[in-house]
Design a protein around this ligand. Structure first.
Ligand SMILES: Cc1ncc(COP(=O)(O)O)c(C=O)c1O
Ligand SMILES: [Zn+2]
Length: 420
C-alpha cells in the first residue's frame, strides 16, 4: 500500500484516506478508485524497474498494484491469475472477410508459457486483489452478488486464503459455475451460496437484507473500493506491454472490443493507460473502447445510441452471455464517459451471432471462448460498418472466460444430432 495515495471518487473526485475501508462515495453514491502515486514509483524504481516480466502472472507490474510481489510477496494473494496470451485471429473467416487485423485476449483457458486464471475467467484478476486487500484490512467475511463468474472466483480465493465468502447468484446461472460454488459451500465452512430469481440486482437485494447486517463486507461490483478495478487494470497493462512475436514495444492497440456488464474492465483498462502515460511509457493516444452487449439486454448500447448521460436500468434479458446480463450499474456513467472520450461506441449483437461465433472460433482455433467473448467477435461487422474499425489497425477482442463454464446452456452448439 506504499504507493496508494488515497481513494478518489470517479464522479465528484473527493479524496478518502487509504487506511480505512469504504464502499461507494458517501457524497454521490458513485464508485471510488485507488490513486497510485506514479511520480513516486518513477523515482523509487528508475529505468522501469517496477516492471517484472519474469513474474508469470498479473503481479508482474509490481508497485502499480497495491503490493509489489517482488518486495511484499507474503502480502499478495495469488493463484497465478493474469498474464494471458494475445492470439492473432486475423485468419478467422469473419476477420478475413472484413479485412481486419484482430487479436484475441484469451482469459479463459490455460496456455503453456503464460499465467492462467484459476477459475477460467478474468474475474480472478479482480478477486486476487479483493482477497489481498481483505487480508490487509483484516476483513474476515466478504459477500458478493454476482452473475456467476465473480462468485466462482471469490469463493476459490476465499477457500484458499481462509476468508469467509457468501455468494449470491441467479438460480439460472450455468451449472458448472453454480455447482462449483455449491460444492465449495459443502466442503468449506466459510463459503455459502444463495440463489435468487432474476439477476445480480435481486442478488444485491438479498445481500443487503441477509448479509450486510451480519457484518459481511460488500464486494459487489464497484462497492469494494476500487480493488477489482486494480485487478482488471492489469488487462490494460498487458495490452500495452510487449507481446512475444507480435510487438516489441510498449504501445496500445487501435481499438478494444469488450463485453461490458458492470464495466469494471473498461474503468480498469482506462486507468492502466493513464498510469502508463504518467510513467512516460506511452503517449496520450488511446484505443477506441467499444462496449459489446447482447441485444437481449443492452443498457449501455441504448445509452450511447440515444446519447444519454447514464444508463436506464433494465430487467435483464434472456441471453447465453449470462456474465453481461447486467440490468444497470453505479459505474455505467463513468463507462459511458470513457467510451465517448475514446471515440469508441457500443454494439448489440444477436443471440444467434453469439452462438455462431462461440462455436466457430472453437472450430477454427481450438479455443473454447465464452459467449461474452464470442459477442465481441460478432460485433466486428457492425463496428466496421459504423466506421469504428479500419483495415490496418490493431484490434483486440476480449474473451473473458471459457465456454466450459457455460455447459449445459450451450450444449446444443457442440452436440452431434441424434439419428432418427
Ligand atoms: C464472462 C464475463 N464477461 C464479461 C463480464 C462483464 O465484466 P465487467 O464488469 O468488467 O463489465 C462478466 C461479468 O460479470 C463476465 O462474467
Ligand atoms: Zn463522489
Amino acid at each position: 500500500m506504499k504507493y496508494i495515495k488515497h481513494y478518489q471518487c470517479t464522479e465528484c473526485e473527493a479524496f478518502y484516506p487509504p487506511d480505512k475501508v469504504m464502499n461507494l462515495c458517501p457524497l454521490d453514491g458513485r464508485p471510488v478508485q485507488m490513486v497510485v502515486d506514479v511520480e513516486r514509483i518513477n523515482k523509487d524504481y528508475p529505468a522501469m524497474s517496477w516492471y517484472h516480466p519474469h513474474i508469470n502472472n498479473m503481479w508482474r507490474f509490481g508497485p502499480l498494484l497495491p503490493f509489489d510481489i517482488c518486495s511484499h510477496e507474503p502480502d499478495v494473494c495469488s493463484l497465478g491469475e493474469g498474464h494471458t496470451p494475445i492470439i492473432n485471429i486475423s485468419d478467422y473467416a469473419l476477420c478475413k472477410h472484413l479485412g481486419l487485423d484482430v487479436y484475441l485476449k484469451e482469459e479463459g483457458q490455460p496456455h503453456a508459457g503464460y499465467g492462467a486464471n484459476p477459475t477460467g475467467s478474468f474475474k480472478d484478476r479482480g478477486m486476487a486483489v479483493v482477497t489481498t486487500m481483505a487480508r490487509h484490512y483484516g476483513l474476515k467475511k466478504l459477500v458478493v452478488p454476482t452473475q456467476g463468474n465473480a462468485g466462482d472466483s471469490l469463493s476459490e480465493y476465499g477457500a484458499k486464503y481462509g476468508v469467509h465468502v457468501a455468494v449470491i447468484m441467479p438460480d439460472d446461472t450455468p451449472m458448472p459455475i453454480l455447482g462449483k460454488v455449491a460444492a465449495y459451500s459443502l466442503q468449506s465452512p466459510g463459503i455459502s451460496l444463495d440463489l435468487v430469481k432474476g439477476t445480480i440486482r435481486e442478488a444485491a437485494a438479498l445481500m443487503k437484507e441477509k448479509y450486510l447486517p451480519k457484518g459481511y463486507f460488500n464486494c459487489a461490483t464497484f462497492q469494494e473500493p476500487g480493488w477489482r478495478i486494480e485487478g482488471k487494470k492489469t488487462m490494460g497493462l498487458e495490452l500495452a506491454e510487449p507481446w512475444p512475436n507480435l510487438k516489441a514495444d510498449w504501445s496500445l492497440p487501435d481499438a478494444i472490443l469488450y463485453p461490458a456488464g458492470g464495466g469494471t474492465g473498461i474503468l480498469g483498462m482506462w486507468k492502466a493507460f493513464d498510469e502508463l502515460q504518467k510513467l512516460g511509457v506511452i503517449d496520450d493516444k488511446r484505443p477506441k473502447i467499444i462496449a459489446v452487449q447482447s441485444a437481449a439486454n443492452c443498457p449501455i448500447v441504448t445509452a450511447i445510441t440515444q446519447n444519454l448521460p447514464d444508463t436506464i436500468a433494465t430487467n435483464g434479458g434472456d441471453t447465453i452471455a449470462t456474465g453481461i446480463n447486467v440490468p444497470g450499474g453505479v459505474g455505467h456513467k463513468a463507462v459511458l464517459a470513457i467510451i465517448r472520450q475514446s471515440g469508441g461506441g457500443a454494439i448489440a449483437v444477436s443471440e444467434q451471432q453469439i452462438a455462431q461465433h462461440t462455436k466457430q472460433v472453437y472450430q477454427h482455433f481450438g479455443v473454447w471462448i465464452c459467449p461474452e467473448g464470442a459477442a465481441t467477435v460478432a460485433a466486428l461487422t457492425q463496428a466496421k460498418a459504423q466506421g469504428l474499425l479500419k483495415p490496418g489497425q490493431k484490434i483486440v477482442c476480449f474473451n473473458t472466460g471459457s465456454a466450459e463454464k457455460y455447459l449445459p446452456n450451450i450444449r446444443a452448439l457442440f452436440s452431434p444430432k441424434l439419428e432418427g
